[in-house]
Design a protein around this ligand. Structure first.
Ligand code: BTN
Length: 253
């Protein structure tokens, strides 16, 4: 995992529909790990077919790389990027601000969503390699005014509301890349347990009441009990303890 981020190319664009889609369009020519970062993204994609609203001045970037780990572990990159994102945001916000990673791939400040991560994979056209694309959207200076869905008990936030100053896209990106490199020193390619441990320390406390949506409209309440060794969510409710591998989670419900 380490070498993928130490030596990546970076392409800055003034605007694009979606940085994930732009990477797919350029996949013929991208043979080494490469970032595409857009100053403005016009048609951002979120997880589960959702739209990601990205105003000017916020961060929209995707990186493509070619993992050697088995496909069934690809989702763990989401936890790795999440930890780097947390560390970056921690350093640019005021002391005492409540920052948490929320399963599976969100960053929350004071229970408002500040960032999300979208993982995709494609077959690289010029080889048999599988390419992983990790797209990261961060509300640096503004956030969309989303209506709070009655089921989804969170709203949006932006980092600048918890900092003494506005956040520059370029300096945020440089700090984020530094964190990815730093984590790479001790998060080895096959050391999945370390990634999950770092992630858990930055998430909600065990026992927190949560609601879990199952992507089919169903929502169940339970207690957050942490992650299993594959990054699955462990939840307990009146019917017992369950492990959940897809869906979304809302805390405090
Ligand atoms: C989510 O929380 O649903 C994931 C949001 C991911 C948004 C980012 S912005 C950069 C990249 N390009 C996209 O179209 N989506 C991701």
């Amino acid at each position: 995992m380490t070498k993928n981020f130490h030596n990546s190319d970076v392409i800055w664009l003034d605007y694009v529909d979606s940085t994930n889609e732009e990477i797919k369009r350029r996949s013929q020519e991208l043979s080494k790990p490469t970032w595409i970062v857009a100053k403005k993204q016009t048609k951002g994609k979120g997880r589960n077919g959702n739209v990601w609203f990205s105003s000017s001045g916020n961060f929209s970037g995707s990186v493509v790389f070619f993992p050697t780990v088995e496909r069934s572990y690809f989702h763990l990159y989401g936890f790795f990027f999440g930890v780097a994102l947390y560390n970056t945001v921690k350093k640019i916000t005021k002391d005492g601000v409540d920052i948490r990673l929320k399963w599976p791939n969100d960053l929350m400040i004071e229970n408002g969503k500040v960032a999300g991560i979208l993982l995709e994979s494609i077959q690289s056209p010029q080889s048999n390699r599988i390419a992983v694309i990790v797209g990261i959207g961060v509300n640096l200076n503004s956030h969309p005014n989303l209506n709070i869905d009655v089921k989804k008990k969170y709203y949006s936030q932006c980092i600048a509301n918890f900092s003494d100053h506005g956040i520059c896209q370029v300096s945020f990106f440089n700090k984020f890349r530094d964190e990815l490199k730093e984590l790479g020193f001790y998060v080895e390619e096959n050391d999945l347990a370390s990634i999950l441990k770092l992630w858990k320390h930055r998430s909600y406390d065990i026992g927190t009441q949560i609601q879990v949506s199952d992507n089919k409209g169903g929502v169940n309440s339970g207690k957050f009990l942490g992650l299993d060794e594959l990054g699955g969510l462990i939840v307990s409710d009146s019917s017992g303890t369950k492990k959940i591998y897809s869906g979304d989670v809302y805390f405090g419900g």
